[in-house]
Ligand binder design. Structure first.
Ligand code: SF4
Length: 1011
């Protein structure tokens, strides 16, 4: 190993490794060690720990206990004795002793060792004299907690041997000066100060001289506000992004004031904060030096590995499968970029591989194939082709993922997992990719490549562990394997590549190396996040006490310090680390999130009190003021906001700096873009609220050429007649009319398990059409309903069901069967109750009769153009008493049609116009038959007046009367669209089929938003 010169500072670990002679044993940790420990659990049994004893989480805890035992020089027989002392409460400890005994034997047999066991070996060497491997006269080192017994013992042995052999040993001990923060150092200080004086051995307390060091030193005793300082800033932010912005802004100011970049650092308590900080630093063009490792599970490679392991056991959920099919790390499976799998799976109604599967075919096969057939039936071949391609990709993916056996030994399951990913191209995917020019993309790729390597090392080490244990691991099923792998991956991290440039360090708190800093930023310092709690141990307090009782010493301390300063070891170490970092930095910014709730961390609370520093709460300002913007992105955001926000929408006073700066950047493309977007939004809101006529972004169509094209598509001519549905859409919201009639937008299939209200209505309507046609064909319309043949309704339902399934999704077969049964019962009631014939003296004469395209509403008044219609009469009834026309309604909204005649409902009026044009026998009757209530609702004469004037199309009648008139209503409705005006002006969005995609919807300009 590398040996520092005499005068160079040593670390404890390097010193230890220099003392212990090479054992020829490899140190063993991580997945390799877990293989040995898992074999011990298999051999001894899980005992009182139960099934979780086979999980990686347990193995991590088991490995931690082994390390603690090695650091405390505690053997398995000691555990047995302690367990006996605990009596009936010692069951867990007794079983743990057996596990420890077996695991230790396996570690020895495998010719490996724990790193922790080297401390005791090093102490033994030192007890025999000064090793030749150490420098001759003087050793100087810095000691930092934690100080478990073996480390303290090693330092004590080093001190004794140095002193007895006439050498000098200098141990620097970085103190904060506050007893509660320095509690973590107590084991070392007690050990070295309690014994006799050792000539040549110096224990040098290291107290920093920095602006905050006195405040930290006197945290416990100083009066509130007695130690004011400019060096400390505390911020409360609304979220992690804003927190990062505040930290980077503070760093930028520190750099402006002369801080040296290589003496600046961010210490992170929560690794999740790193991403936002990295982004903010990049935006501010501040280079990053060392970076935080990231959890494997946050990388795409990590997620792929975990999803792959459990995919088939979870039934292959559509979201997971769709995500996997888009991954660049699975090049053999990846679908083309244009094809987005999840929306297509949703349209096809695929939830997972199980729901809707039939006769051994997965739901992917059944539903995607059915979807493709339906789309081909209606002429949508591209959709059908996409579905075919997606089915092929999904089938390949599932066949690879299913290579993981349903049940097997862990080693075999892991190998099948690895091999499946191999076939998908996972392990070598990034090797095939071209070099990325963009630095950010390059860094992301490097991170994914490192994550793939972490998986590769995991597989290699796990295999090594099982090989050493001569075991293939426990037997488990696919689901347990998926959980096992996810659990194991949860503990793996992807190390960041070494820094290639000088930059601000972004490190976990524990990795700060103790050097004095010009600037320190620490995030997430709230009471819930700091100090961090240690993961639960397999050894409880009572069991530790029993072990201490047997040994007569505190071999496994979980707590440290005394009196008020006593606290759990891990928390004490965290407090010391933060205290030391604060006390050694020239400027400090600490932040926490309002969303984290609660108060600042205890240490921070005391520091704020002593220094009288107020937290600056920016949680009501999600976008920083211009002067506080850490980089161009935030600055642009603030300037764009200042330049465009309507005065009435402001929640804070104008930013004077931004107002001044706006002149400087006027004309910048991004600012003009922002202003344009804002004015578009304002225009839409105001038009929607009727405060201004439509403009270019709120429904006014552009050039004459466009308008001519739109007019042709809008229809109303004999070649392109209008329908009542188009009129309804235009009347409800001209933008809806434009979208549906002119642009031809249709709501996508939602692939639900059950027919929605629209689908149910359509199906019932189709079935009723078949029923009436059969009645007509068999001459049964005059027959007493009670004597009609039994098979009439079932046959109509079966025919309608067959036709409906050819063109529309029908959902789950059982729910589809239920929908048919419900429709059957509705039609039976309608038929047998006689309510199918609502017009007195009239009987059905025709069903689904088409009219148009020559049904004309002539131009009669100035500015009008003839309008032509087409449509289908649901039903025409005839008799001596005249002619009736019926419209079947199935939705609740349709029940309101009566009140909406000539407002948004034009169907029955157009039916009447069609009857008149066909020369049907008057008088006419018209009404709705509700398929929900089976009630008949006649057209309201109060809303139509006499039919003669209602249906009049001549100028004289129309001009002379104020009574409701169909022609006047339709000509007036079409005036705006024919001028190219389609404003977003909804009467009601609730039933609009575009609701799920229309982002304008029913938003309104705020009161006073006219400006
Ligand atoms: S959702 Fe509302 S605003 Fe949008 S098109 Fe439909 S009715 Fe108009």
């Amino acid at each position: 190993m590398e040996r520092p010169d005499n005068d160079e500072a040593w670390t404890l670990e390097r010193l230890r490794d220099a003392v212990v002679p090479p054992s020829g044993l490899r140190t063993c940790s991580g997945p390799a060690l877990h293989g040995l420990l898992a074999a011990a659990v298999e051999a001894v049994g899980p005992g009182p720990f139960g099934t979780p004893a086979r999980s990686p989480t347990f193995l991590f805890a088991f490995a931690a206990v082994l390390e603690e035992l090695a650091l405390g020089s505690v053997s398995a027989p000691t555990l047995v004795e302690a367990a006996e002392r605990l009596g009936t409460a010692g069951g867990r400890l007794s079983h743990l002793a057996r596990l420890v005994d077996d695991a230790t034997a396996r570690i020895i047999r495998a010719r490996v060792e724990l790193a922790a066991s080297r401390w005791v070996a090093a102490s033994s060497v030192l007890a025999r004299g000064w090793p030749a491997s150490l420098p001759g006269r003087r050793v100087e080192l810095t000691a930092a907690p934690p100080f478990p017994p073996a480390v303290v013992g090693f330092l004590a042995a080093l001190a004794r041997t140095a002193s007895s052999t006439g050498r000098s040993l200098v141990v620097h001990v970085p103190l904060t000066g506050d007893a509660s923060l320095d509690a973590a150092l107590e084991p070392l200080l007690q050990a070295l100060e309690a014994g006799p004086d050792l000539p040549g051995v110096e224990l040098l307390p290291e107290l920093f001289e920095a602006p905050l060091s006195e405040a930290v030193r006197r945290l416990a005793g100083a009066a509130p506000g007695s130690l004011p300082t400019e060096a400390l800033r505390a911020v409360v932010a609304p979220g992690s992004r804003r927190e990062a912005a505040a930290l980077v802004d503070a760093l930028r100011r520190a750099l402006d004031e002369g801080a040296s970049l290589d003496r600046c650092a961010f210490a992170l308590v929560a690794p999740d904060d790193a991403a936002d900080l990295e982004r903010a630093l990049e935006d501010a063009a501040i280079p990053v030096g060392r970076r935080l490792p990231v959890p494997l599970t946050t990388t795409a490679a990590g997620r792929i590995g975990i999803l792959w392991a459990g995919l088939t056991a979870r039934g292959a959920p559509a979201e997971e499968l769709a995500w996997l099919l888009k991954q660049r790390l699975l090049p053999a499976l990846r679908v083309e970029r244009r094809l987005d799998p999840l929306p297509l799976l949703r349209r096809a109604g695929v939830r997972d591989g199980a729901l809707g599967s039939e006769n051994g075919s997965s739901a992917y096969q059944v539903r995607l194939a059915a979807f493709a057939a339906r789309r081909r039936e209606v002429g949508a071949a591209p959709d059908a082709d996409d579905a075919d391609r997606l089915l092929q990709a999904a089938t390949t993916l599932l066949s690879l993922a299913e290579r993981i056996p349903r049940r097997g030994r862990l080693a075999d399951l892991l190998e099948a997992w690895r091999a499946g990913l191999d076939a998908a191209g996972f392990w070598t995917a990034l090797e095939q990719e071209p070099f990325e020019a963009d630095p950010r993309a390059r860094r992301a790729t490097a991170r994914e490549a490192a994550a793939v390597e972490v998986w590769r090392a995991f597989v290699r080490d796990a295999r090594a562990g099982w090989k050493a244990a001569r075991s293939s691991g426990p037997e488990m099923d696919r689901a347990a394997f998926g959980r096992w792998l996810a659990d194991a991956a949860g503990k793996l991290v992807v190390e960041a590549p070494p820094a290639v440039t000088t930059g601000v360090d972004l490190l976990p708190l524990e990795s700060l190396d103790g050097r004095p800093l010009d600037f320190l930023g620490v995030s997430s310092l709230d009471a819930a996040s700091f100090p961090r709690r240690a993961p639960p141990s397999l050894l409880g307090d009572e069991e530790r006490q029993a072990i201490h009782g047997v040994l007569g010493r505190a071999a496994l301390p979980a707590w440290v310090g005394s009196g008020d300063a006593r606290s759990p070891l891990a928390e004490a170490v965290d407090r010391w680390r933060l205290g030391r970092a604060l006390a050694s930095s020239a400027r400090v910014v600490i932040t926490r999130r309002r969303s984290a709730g609660g108060a600042p961390a205890d240490l921070v609370q005391r520091l704020l009190a002593v220094t009288g520093t107020q937290e600056r709460d920016v949680s009501s300002r999600p976008i920083p003021l211009l002067a506080e913007a850490p980089g161009p992105a935030w600055a642009r955001l603030r300037l764009a906001l200042e330049a465009s926000v309507a005065p009435d929408l402001r929640s804070a006073p104008p930013d004077p700096v931004a107002a001044a700066a706006l002149d400087e950047v006027s004309g910048a493309t991004w600012l003009e873009d922002a202003r344009a977007l804002a004015s578009i939004e304002a225009e839409r809101l105001q038009t929607g609220a009727g405060l201004r006529p439509p403009g270019a972004y709120s429904g006014l169509l552009g050039s004459d050429e466009v308008r001519a094209g739109v007019d042709a598509r809008l229809g109303g001519s004999p070649e392109g007649p209008l329908s009542s549905t188009s009129l309804t859409a235009l009347a409800n919201c001209p933008f809806q009319g434009l979208s549906r009639k002119v642009l031809g937008l249709e709501p996508p299939d939602d692939g639900a398990e059950e027919l929605d209200a629209r689908g149910r209505g359509q199906f019932l309507h189709e079935a009723l059409e078949h029923l009436v046609k059969r009645l007509l064909a068999q001459g049964l319309t005059g027959t007493d309903p009670a004597t009609l043949p039994e098979d009439l309704v079932p046959t109509a339902i079966a025919t309608a069901a067959r036709e409906h399934a050819r063109c529309a999704p029908t959902g789950h077969p059982r729910l589809w069967a239920l929908a048919q049964a419900r429709a059957r019962s509705t039609l039976e009631r309608l038929l047998r109750s006689g309510k199918l014939y609502p017009f007195a003296g009239l009987r059905p004469a025709a069903a689904e009769e088409r009219f148009g395209p020559d049904l004309e509403l002539p131009a009669a008044l100035p500015g009008e153009r003839p309008v032509y219609f087409r449509g289908t009469l649901d039903r025409v009834d005839r008799g001596e008493a005249g002619t009736g026309v019926l419209d079947y309604k199935s939705s609740k909204r349709r029940d309101r049609a009566r009140a909406e005649v000539l407002v948004t409902d034009f169907q029955l009026p157009l039916y009447l116009l069609a009857l008149r044009a066909r020369g049907e026998r008057p008088p006419f009757q018209a009404g709705w038959l509700s398929l929900r209530t089976l009630e008949y609702l006649p057209l309201d004469p109060d809303r139509t007046g006499p039919l003669e004037s209602f249906l009049a199309t001549d100028a004289a009648t129309r001009a002379s009367s104020t009574a409701p008139n169909l022609a006047t209503a339709i000509h007036s409705l079409l005036t705006e669209p024919r001028q190219g005006l389609f404003p977003v002006r909804p009467r009601e969005c609730g039933f609009c089929p575009l609701g799920s995609v229309c982002r304008v919807s029913e938003r309104r300009a705020p009161q006073g938003g006219e400006g």
